[in-house]
Design a protein around this ligand. Structure first.
Ligand SMILES: [Zn+2]
Length: 469
């Protein structure tokens, strides 16, 4: 493959030859070889392919066949009722699966509220946080947990009368064991959607990933359904993959301020991972979660590739502490755009200046990388870059203007190495893996808008996997 007349790091034109999955040659002019495919870049910028450092592939695939039950598609209870009335149950098991619910739609949900909308078919709706499922009575009955004398899985709640109220908090492992999803979701549309954004690598940050998920993802990679390079985080027993473009990532530790783990237990988990030369990635969205995670990492002594996921609230004292630890923060600026208006209403005003910071990490010397957290965030990394530059909510509210990044810095959040997101951004140079994103215009023009619409072609492992030409 020969890419002709591309712009690289602001210089143009360059011809770029890809061979056996690598950038083979870069020169002012290269003659096509016999039978070589030629792609004219017409002065468009050739960038390292984007890496989404925090995503959930299976959930993103499942979302495509689920019913949206929250903003922006559904904003009030009448709209939710209409949406549920139209819902097509899964032909294999008769369930209706809703996602993305937020309490702003119709308040906290329970089985009784859902029964009024869907009395007969089994229904389950996932809260936007990803931590909570709400089931109607038919759904509870299908799983055998509908009466007061039923034994419930830990995390399933009861109402004042002792009846299961349909709210299942962090019961995903249990739900999976009940086989509520009759088949693995189709990953091909996800691979194609991400390729259209110029994404050539992703880190799957799902905490419960184990051997089964790894084998599904490895097969999708092997069969080309997911052309992207994959880094798979997960449980402590997650095996090392054997597929060539798949690697094992950090041990994912999900902590919640509603039931913070004991510091000693957390330390044991961190040290166990480090002893196996495996980094940890700790989920922290609140101040108290970050306090615990930072203390644990500081006490355990860091692994150079340890990560904090989200660090949604990072006040100055915690920023100082993070700067002392070798840790990379993986942030989601897209939430400023997607959820900023709600944050402005609901987040403690004292915490608002420290919300999804960017510049503050750079200034403190804390490595920062980006991920979209799709499907909980929009999977378009360009929207996330734009949000890191503008720091505006959907309605135009500015959140933490001092935290703005320049477009080049925003791009760098998504071009760092997959397994080491704290390292320097990758570059388009001879010998580098041919995971590339070609824009339809120069970077000087693309940086003004940072839109996915600028992506003209995407190469994974030297193969053209997506193109507008
Ligand atoms: Zn996540």
């Amino acid at each position: 493959m020969l890419i002709r007349e591309a712009e690289i790091e602001g210089q143009a034109p360059f011809d770029v030859r890809l061979h056996e999955g690598r950038v083979h040659q870069i020169a002012r002019s290269l003659a096509p070889e016999a039978g070589e495919r030629v792609l004219p870049a017409r002065g468009g910028a050739l960038l390292p392919g984007l890496h989404d450092h925090h995503i959930h592939l299976m959930a993103l695939a499942a979302r495509r066949t689920s019913l949206p039950c929250g903003p922006p598609e559904v904003r009030n209870s009448a709209a939710l009722a209409r949406q549920l009335a139209r819902a097509q149950p899964d032909p294999l098991n008769g369930w209706i699966r809703g996602v993305g619910y937020h309490d702003s739609v119709a308040g906290p949900l329970d089985r009784w509220k859902l029964d009024a909308w869907v009395p007969k078919r089994p229904l389950r709706i996932q809260h936007r946080s990803g931590a909570l499922w709400i089931l109607n009575s038919a759904g509870l009955a299908a799983l055998g947990i509908h009466t007061a004398d039923c034994e419930l899985p830990p995390g399933a709640q009861r109402d004042a009368r002792g009846l299961p109220d349909g709210r299942l908090l962090r019961c995903d492992d249990w739900l999976r064991a009940q086989q509520t999803d009759p088949r693995p979701p189709d990953l091909r549309p996800v691979g194609q959607q991400l390729a259209g954004f110029g994404v050539t690598g992703v880190t799957d940050a799902t905490p419960h990933n184990g051997a089964e998920e790894l084998s599904l993802l490895s097969r999708a990679s092997h069969e080309g359904l997911l052309p992207q390079r994959l880094c798979v985080m997960g449980r402590s027993d997650l095996p090392c993959p054997s597929a060539p473009r798949v690697e094992r990532g950090a041990l994912k530790l999900w902590i919640s301020e509603y039931e913070l783990p004991d510091l000693q237990d957390l330390l044991r988990e961190i040290e166990g991972a480090h002893d196996a030369d495996r980094p940890v990635a700790i989920h922290c969205v609140t101040r108290s979660e970050l306090v615990l995670a930072a203390s644990a990492l500081e006490t355990a002594g860091g692994h150079p590739r340890d990560r904090i996921e989200h660090a949604a609230i990072t006040p100055p004292d915690l920023m100082e502490q993070l700067a002392r630890i070798p840790v990379t923060v993986v942030t989601q600026p897209n939430f400023l755009w997607e959820r900023g208006d709600r944050y402005a209403r609901e987040v403690d005003p004292a915490d608002l200046p420290w919300l999804y910071r960017c510049r503050g990490f750079e200034e403190a010397g804390v490595s920062l990388a980006g991920g979209t957290d799709a499907p909980f965030g929009n999977p378009d990394p360009w929207r996330a870059m734009q949000a890191a530059v503008e720091r505006c909510s959907e309605s135009g509210l500015c959140l933490g203007g001092e935290e703005r990044l320049r477009p080049e810095e925003a791009l760098a959040l998504f071009t760092r190495p997959l397994a080491d997101p704290g390292a320097a951004p990758r570059r388009v140079q001879p010998g580098a893996p041919a995971d590339l994103c070609l824009l339809d215009r120069s970077w000087a023009r693309a940086r003004d808008t940072l839109e996915a619409g600028c992506v003209a072609a995407t190469f994974c492992d030297g193969k053209l996997v997506w193109s507008t030409r």
